[in-house]
Design a protein around this ligand. Structure first.
Ligand SMILES: [Zn+2]
Length: 303
């Protein structure tokens, strides 16, 4: 599971380094591991026949949230190694209807009028205070993690308050650093071999949504991706993806949409037979975060 790529132009330096990715993909190619397309891997590993037994260990790459740096920085490396890759996209963000809320937080803190902000979240005081950029980044990370634990309404109220107190607008056109791919750009990535699956309409934590909101987030985003794209993935991706962020209600909705599987962000690997072990295994496929540090990925894969 990957997210952002570092942008060589210097617009944004936080993200996966494409040079390190090239080293990792080169090593995987040399190791004889099969680099599989996600949908293909799901079909193989969910199948109880013998096809999977003849396969070497397999690796699947996914990239969440559909940022523009995927097309500019990440995809060229996957192309170079002829490595399949599947992205997960959020329809309302592609349509320019909203920014991702964590980008609003980053933007507000980066451009805040002062370096001490006193706010309230659900009636509790929140004081943000920093001197250096790295202190700001730590405050930002802690705040984003905390905001994942509150409902949409509290979070949106907090971000409105933050934008006001920091005196930084966080609506309107998305700044270049947070730009996502348009449907047209996604289609041109498809022509370069990438695939894309649905990741909801607005990126809420589904377990915190009402029944009808959860249903619409899943059904509408799946229909949108299937309708807009030429070679869509039929694998859904849960926002946030921890065990507590989705459940049986979402599995039932997904079964009705024509999706064939869903990925979480719970770390783990799939062994032959795992996906067929129980009826719901296909709706909570684990993924682990890509880590380019020497040996980390291979230790995870081959332990
Ligand atoms: Zn996401």
């Amino acid at each position: 599971m990957m997210h952002r790529f570092a942008d060589a132009s210097g617009e944004r330096t936080i993200g996966h380094d494409p040079k390190q990715l090239a080293v990792v993909l080169g090593a995987l190619r040399m190791s004889g591991v099969a680099l599989l397309d996600l949908d293909q891997a799901v079909e193989i590993y969910a199948n109880t026949d013998d096809r999977r037994r003849s396969l070497p260990p397999s690796v699947v790459f996914t990239v969440d949230d559909g940022y523009a740096d995927f097309a500019d920085v990440g995809l060229p490396v996957f192309e170079e190694f002829d490595c399949p890759v599947t992205g997960f996209v959020v329809a309302d963000v592609i349509d320019g209807k909203r920014w991702f809320w964590w980008d609003q937080v980053e933007w507000a803190l980066r451009h805040a009028a002062g370096r001490r902000l006193e706010l309230e979240l659900d009636g509790q005081p929140v004081v943000l205070s920093w001197v250096t950029e790295s202190e700001r980044a730590v405050q930002q990370h802690t705040l984003v993690e905390r905001l994942k634990g509150v409902g949409d309404v509290s979070r949106d109220d907090f971000i409105d308050q933050l934008a006001c107190i920091a005196d930084v607008p966080v609506t309107g056109d998305v700044p270049p650093a947070f730009r996502v791919l348009s449907w047209n750009a996604l289609r041109s990535c498809e022509r370069r071999g990438a695939r894309f699956g649905p990741h909801t309409m607005s990126h809420p934590i589904l377990s915190q949504c009402t029944d009808s909101r959860s249903h619409d987030e899943v059904v509408d985003s799946s229909a949108r991706v299937l309708g807009e794209l030429g070679n869509p993935s039929r694998v859904f991706c849960y926002p946030n993806g921890r065990m507590q962020d989705f459940g049986g209600r979402e599995f039932r909705t997904l079964r009705s949409t024509g999706m064939m599987a869903a990925v979480s962000a719970m770390p783990g690997i799939i062994r032959p037979g795992t996906l067929g072990a129980d009826a719901d295994a296909i709706w909570r496929i684990p993924r682990f975060t890509y880590d380019a540090r020497d040996g980390v990925t291979s230790r995870l894969l081959f332990l």
